[in-house]
Ligand binder design. Structure first.
Ligand SMILES: Cc1cc2nc3c(=O)[nH]c(=O)nc-3n(C[C@H](O)[C@H](O)[C@H](O)COP(=O)(O)O)c2cc1C
Length: 293
């Protein structure tokens, strides 16, 4: 499905349609659009973004136009694109994920589904689907049954058992696993003596999380047979190559795009340059090499 291994990370590149990105986005491996829910959402109270050392905390709260508007307004634009678009979906029940996948089935311009399982499971008292292997498997298998498209499942790092969750979703029919989503955190305003974010907590992303993400990719890639897509703090081509050597077959680029919009293409070109210098024809030969070192 991918022409090359560099994609945008969900929520950091909108729908890809908003603006001139300053580079040819058709050159990317894939665009993953922002998290999409059944109904449109306004998101969390402001402020929703705060800079931290080496990263940002966000509590956007899945603000999005809803799946029906996405199908009507965005998919027709995507259907004229060369770059595949993957729709990231989010729900609060297994049924919501199923209905999202059913609605997206057969829509021109959509090439795959990424299932964000970092969402509260209302039927299980609000614990995130992705913190528990059984819940993660249940939602994966429901989406798998509802679509003929490739299904990526995106793991949350906010669990003590990411390998168990990865094995459960692979066993339930995921075609690939992306990781990681943001790490839960907070920032305080000491003058006001209160949390900075309107939602109290948020998700940490950016270079600060790279070592955590890299290790999780390394461990998960050893434990599953499906392709792994690495994400978390990737800022340079060297970072991306680290993830590939740890076992990722592709990478997603997120937060760095806010300070360098051309970063996804810079990273792709840097990987190609590295391969040329090292005489590597096929990226597959680099995947997981750090494991056998
Ligand atoms: C502002 C913002 C919004 C995000 N929205 C989503 C989302 O809707 N769905 C999702 O699965 N991940 C979302 N993420 C997580 C990113 O896709 C990515 O997993 C995470 O930021 C780590 O990668 P990075 O350090 O390169 O940004 C969001 C991240 C940020 C910073």
């Amino acid at each position: 499905m991918l022409g090359n291994p560099v994609m945008t990370a969900s929520g950091t590149f909108g729908y890809g349609t908003e603006e001139d990105h300053g580079f040819d986005i058709q050159a990317l491996g894939a665009i993953v659009c922002k998290g999409t829910t059944l109904k449109s959402r306004d998101g969390n109270p402001q402020p929703r973004l705060v800079e931290t050392a080496g990263g940002i905390l966000n509590s956007i709260g899945l603000e999005n136009i809803g799946v029906d508007a996405l199908i009507k307004e965005k998919a027709p634009v995507w259907s004229g694109w060369k770059v595949p678009v993957i729709v990231n979906i989010a729900g609060e029940t297994v049924d919501e994920y199923t209905r999202l996948a059913e609605k997206l089935e057969g829509v021109a311009g959509i090439s795959g589904i990424e299932v964000n399982i970092s969402c509260p499971n209302l039927a299980a008292g609000g614990a995130e689907f992705g913190t528990d292997p059984d819940s993660a498997a249940e939602v994966t298998s429901a989406v798998r049954k509802a679509t003929s498209m490739p299904v990526l499942v995106k793991l949350t790092p906010n669990t003590g058992n990411i390998t168990g969750v990865a094995q459960a979703v692979a066993g339930a029919g995921a075609d690939a696993i992306s990781l990681i989503n943001t790490i839960k955190g907070m920032a305080l305003d000491i003058a006001g003596r209160r949390p900075v974010l309107g939602n109290v907590s948020g998700g940490l992303s950016g270079p600060a999380i790279k070592p955590v993400a890299l290790y999780m990719v390394y461990e998960v890639a050893k434990a599953v047979d499906v392709p792994v897509i690495g994400c978390g703090g990737i800022t340079t081509a060297g970072d991306a190559i680290e993830f590939i050597m740890a076992g990722a077959s592709a990478v997603q680029v997120g937060t760095v795009g806010f300070s360098n919009p051309r970063a996804p293409l810079d990273i792709l070109e840097g990987i190609q340059q590295f391969m040329k210098e090292e005489g590597i024809d096929n990226l597959t030969s680099l995947v997981g090499t750090a494991r056998s070192a």
